[in-house]
Design a protein around this ligand. Structure first.
Ligand SMILES: C[S@@+](CC[C@H](N)C(=O)[O-])C[C@H]1O[C@@H](n2cnc3c(N)ncnc32)[C@H](O)[C@@H]1O
Length: 251
């Protein structure tokens, strides 16, 4: 194997898998997304080469095209060096990891997938929210909020369910309105975790009605449903310097 598609987890470097960390520690090249926490690079060999790719929202001229990323991985993979394609969360959850895997396989490059903790489940968990919970929620749906018009809202009506929105910051008010239109009571609990497990983490407890006006800063996980009421009211963030800093829940 020469190319490893590695899930970095939500940010905190302790939340990458042991396999992911071990491969990272012997990488010749690390190809990283904008959203990957730089603390994860602390144990990369000092002579390895870091290539930052990924997309900058609203700035296509600063963003890499997916085909170019795949081509670079193929070209590097063919040289036989150890290439780590490090992606936030899990590479296969809204991460385009599947496309990169296909491109590498089609090109005959040996590749291994190392799953990661997806922010969809890990960020709510770190915030004290069980995405399913007996008596409160019997199912969970992870939805991209990137384009609300592409969501099949009729499958997301009210009930004992949890909806987890990723990429929903820019359209949070539209998402809230669509939920209300679908029959969700406006007082339904909503928890927002911005920059989960990063030093700048911020948690907010609100309602669907509150989401109509709440400014949500990317990256954020938005949890809708009764379980969102369980969000921890205060938390300790490890911070970049490893010193504990206490942040209060904005309510
Ligand atoms: C392109 S998706 C990639 C998801 C990733 N593959 C995963 O499994 O977590 C990016 C979105 O993930 C969410 N996200 C990723 N890391 C996050 C974090 N540390 N805190 C909050 N949201 C995060 C945000 O919704 C962000 O817009």
């Amino acid at each position: 194997v020469t190319v490893y598609l590695v899930g970095a987890g939500p940010g905190d470097p302790d939340l990458i898998t042991r396999r992911g960390a071990a491969i990272l520690a012997r990488a010749d090249y690390v190809v990283i997304d904008r959203l990957v926490d730089r603390r994860l690079l602390a144990d990369v060999p000092c002579d390895s080469i870091i290539v930052e790719v990924g997309k900058v929202p609203g700035q296509p001229e600063l963003s890499w095209a997916q085909d170019d990323i795949s081509e670079m991985l193929i070209a590097l993979g063919r040289t036989g060096v150890t290439v780590v394609r490090l992606k936030g969360g899990d590479p296969f959850v809204f991460g385009r990891g599947g496309e990169e895997l296909r491109a590498l396989r089609n090109a005959g490059v040996a590749v291994e997938v190392v799953p990661g903790l997806s922010s969809a489940f890990a960020v709510p968990a770190l915030s004290g929210i069980p995405v399913t919970s007996r008596g409160l929620s019997s199912q969970v749906t992870v939805v991209s909020g990137h384009d609300p018009s592409a969501v099949e809202w009729r499958h997301l009506g009210p009930g004992d369910r949890t909806i987890v929105f990723l990429m929903g910051s820019a359209h949070s008010a539209v998402l809230a309105q669509c939920l209300i239109d679908e029959g969700w009571p406006p007082h339904t609990d909503v928890a927002i975790t911005e920059s989960g497990s990063w030093a700048s983490e911020r948690r907010t407890h609100t309602s669907i009605a509150g989401l109509l006006t709440e400014a949500v800063r990317s990256p954020a996980v938005i949890v809708v449903g009764a379980v969102a009421a369980l969000v921890d009211r205060a938390y300790v963030s490890a911070g970049v310097d490893g010193l504990g800093t206490v942040s209060a829940l904005v309510d």
